[in-house]
Design a protein around this ligand. Sequence first.
Ligand code: AMP
Length: 171
Amino acid sequence: MEDLKKYIREIPDWPKPGISFKDITPLLKSRYAFNRAVDLMAHPFLEKEVDKVVCIEARGFILGAAVAYKLGAGIVPVRKKGKLPYRSIRASYQLEYGFDELELHEDAIMPGERILIVDDVLATGGTAAAVIELVRKSGGAIIGCSFLIELENLKGREKLSSVEVLSLMSY
Ligand code: AMP
């Protein structure tokens, strides 16, 4: 996927020293790269009868909504604690220092529904693992996780070993 990598801007030491931030806005603004990336993220799941795409705040909303449209699926947001308006279930995940929490509306997913999880970057995998926990608590059947970018040295995939993981670009 060298072709699409041209559209990822790496920002060294942002938001803090030692982090190489993967800025996807050049990809999003390109009609070629955005459409190609969404097509490729959705493609393996076209025949999988996905009911809902669970999108992770915030950049996951952009890609997840487009993938859901492509799959003819609905969209469910997972958000940081305190942002969702209705009764929610919660899972905590590890940050570099301490923990944070993610939430999902308690009526977002019905038992047995077929779920695809979408985000922009798979880093340590802590975020996606918490989302998997929320989907499973709701009784959803996880069909897979689709990421635009995977940071391989952080070994996030190991935390998601129970589900199919797809990423378009590796660093
Ligand atoms: P993690 O839980 O460590 O897998 O982190 C994943 C979440 O953090 C995703 O929602 C990403 O948007 C964001 N993230 C982590 N590392 C980066 C990075 N280097 N560049 C851009 N986003 C990142």
